[in-house]
Write a protein that binds this ligand. Sequence first.
Ligand code: ADP
Length: 373
Amino acid sequence: MTSCKILVINSGSSSIKYRLFRASKNGGGGARFALVTKGLIEKIGHKDSNVHDHKEGIQLLLNTLTQGQGAKIKDLSEICAIGHRIVHGGVTFKKPTLITSEVMAKIRECFELAPLHNPANYAGVEACQAILPNVKQVAVFDTAFHQSLPEHAYIYGLPYEYYEKYNLRKFGFHGTSHQYVAHEAARILERPLRKLKLITCHLGNGCSIAAVKHGQSIDTSMGFTPLEGLVMGTRCGDIDPASVIFLAEKEKISLEEIDRVLNYKSGLKGVSGLSNDMREIWEAAKEGHHRAKLAFDIFTYRIKKYIGSYIAAMGGVDAIVFTAGIGENEAHVRNRITKGLFDFLDDKKVRVLVVPTNEELMIAKQTFHVVSL
Ligand code: ADP
C-alpha cells in the first residue's frame, strides 16, 4: 500500500463529522498525510430531517464523497480504512485497535462509562460496517493515552471496593489531542519526545491538562468523567464533593438536576452569569463586569495551580503547550497563566508553545499505522 485514503468518523448522537485524508507512504517506513475534504451530516433522527439514522447518515456522506461535480474519490474502493473516534475505552483499550466482533462487544461494555457518547460512536461503526463490510475499521479512544497513568494517580481516596466493583477511577479524556500536541511539541523543539517533560493544556469548551513525561501521560485533570479538574465553559471542575449533598438538601433537587447544574450551568457561565464563551467573558471583564473578571481569574488560577502540581509531579518541565479554542486563540489567558510561573525554577528555559490541535489527523495516522501492521 503506497497511497490510500483514510476516512475519519466522529459520530455523535445526531451528527457525523468526517474528514478524508490521503496517506502516502514515504521511503522511511512513515507516511505523509494530506486532507482531501471534510464535512458534517447534521440533524440525524430529527423529525424534519430526511436522514433517519446513522446508516443513512453514512450513506449520505459516502454519496457526497463519490457523486456529482464535487466528488472527491472515484469509487469507494479508494478508502482503505476508516478510523473512528470512540470516547471511552475503559481499562480495556490502551491503544488504537482494529475493530472485530470481540472489540465491538468490549466497546459495548464501556457504554455505562460514557452513556451519552459511546452508543453514538458505536452507531457510526455499525453503519460503516453495514455499508462497507470489507473495509478495515479502527477504534481510536479518547481515554487510551491516559491508560499509562500510575495507580497512585488514578485511584481515588474512596473505599477500594468501588474501584474493584465498578472501575470507579480516574480515566482522563481528550487523550488524542494531548498525544497529538505532545508529538508536535517535540517536533517543534527538535528533541525526542522520550526525553521531554511536557504539560499540555487543552482549553476549549471542555478543558483538561496533562503531564506528559517522556511521551507518556502520567497525570491528567479530567477523571472518571470529564467533569473533574479545570473550570470549563459550563462544567464546574474540582469542587468539594460534599457540596453536592449540601445542595441536594438545600435546593430540594434531584441528583439528575444536580448533574445538570454541574455539567451545564457551572464554569465560566455559572460564575459570570453571562456566557460560556471566553471571548465574551474577556470583553465583559475589560469593561469592568465583576463576575466576568472573577470567572476569568478562577479559570486561569486553576490552570496555574495544576501546572505547578504537574511540575512537581514530573520533577520539572521543558514546555507548556496550549491548544484548542481558548489555548490557541486567547493570548491574555496564556499570559495570565504563565506570568511569574517559572520564577521559582532554577532552569528558566521553559518554553511556552501554541500548537493547534488536530485530533482527526491523529486518528488518521493511528488508523494507518494499525492497518499497515
Ligand atoms: P470545543 O471544546 O467545543 O471543541 P473549542 O476548542 O472550539 O471548543 O473552544 C471554544 C472556546 O474557545 C470558547 O470559549 C471560545 O471563546 C474560545 N475561542 C477564542 N477564540 C476563538 C476563535 N478564534 N475561534 C474559536 N473559539 C475561540
